[in-house]
Design a protein around this ligand. Sequence first.
Ligand SMILES: C[S@@+](CC[C@H](N)C(=O)[O-])C[C@H]1O[C@@H](n2cnc3c(N)ncnc32)[C@H](O)[C@@H]1O
Length: 337
Amino acid sequence: MTILDDESNRDLVTRLYAEILLREPDREGLAGHVRLLNMGRITPQQLEESMRNSIEFRELVRPKATHRLRFTGTCDEREFASKCREHDFWYHSFYFDNGFVQRGDYNIGLDIGEYGFPADMSDLTVLDVGTGSGWFATYFEQLGAQVTTVDARGYCDFDVRGRPGYPDVALEKPVPDRVLADGRPIYYSPVSKGFWIMKDILGLTAEYVNARVYEIRPELFQGKTFDLVFMGAVLMHLRDPIGALMALRSVCKHRLIANAIPLRALEDVPVMQMLKGDSITWWAPNESCLVEWFKAAGFTRIEPVSVVHLTVDKPFVDEHGHSSAVTQDVALVNAWV
Ligand SMILES: C[S@@+](CC[C@H](N)C(=O)[O-])C[C@H]1O[C@@H](n2cnc3c(N)ncnc32)[C@H](O)[C@@H]1O
């Protein structure tokens, strides 16, 4: 073996350690691996393979554990699957402690630790605005909260660019999607049928109120206000985010948690960018602008903005082959009244 071989093998081992184990080799590891390479006892490919099979590497890349919701239903797995099939667009994945699974666009259970929700929600009243398939509502209820959800009556309630007003719901849906025992009509948003399927399966007590975000006020809930208001992945779909936050402020007793698509630009100046792409996605604020939105809506204390991941699981693909799910980071704000 030449000195050059020895040196190039040292470089190789050092590079593999950096790339795979994200660290420098210790003296023993370096010497041992270089010796084996020099002697031709292992090939570089075998060395790489053994590093990728090492416990150290597997610890490094071990995926975060998904929070599994408690399965509180009584149906068997076949019935569960058949009920879930009544809806094709699942925005959330539901992984349950008994092994039942309904996969959807985003596996929130994987990243839930990043939201900073209280670990115990007993005695809390929580409003989940834009509940979608209802993963968060289920999570809050299972932590002991008394949960109310809000969602749109349909596409008619969405802020759609170029549409000069909100069409009457009857034009979109001549009859309600269901009528409650007390006679109240219920309409599913394009996303929220999943909430109702899970509510039926699990026996959730969470209430559901149809409204546009801007219509939120105490009267909508018989005068009730909420300890915690959560609005996940809705701000980006609103023409008037400050108006929406003002509405939430009116029912928020204590704390609001919401997230937004971040704009990474000009951090010293509050700036928001109008997003192009689809007709229902509107604004990306930079961090200082996001904070200004909450101040403008009357929140007094705003925590530093943090990041949460949205991890795509099994994206829904429409009849045109399109999917809107994207693994991404969003900006999270905690604000207090
Ligand atoms: C992207 S999903 C978010 C679901 C869930 N909150 C989360 O964070 O994963 C947005 C939800 O907001 C609802 N939504 C959109 N615009 C709304 C509006 N103007 N008023 C009320 N709900 C709205 C949609 O129907 C949908 O359920």
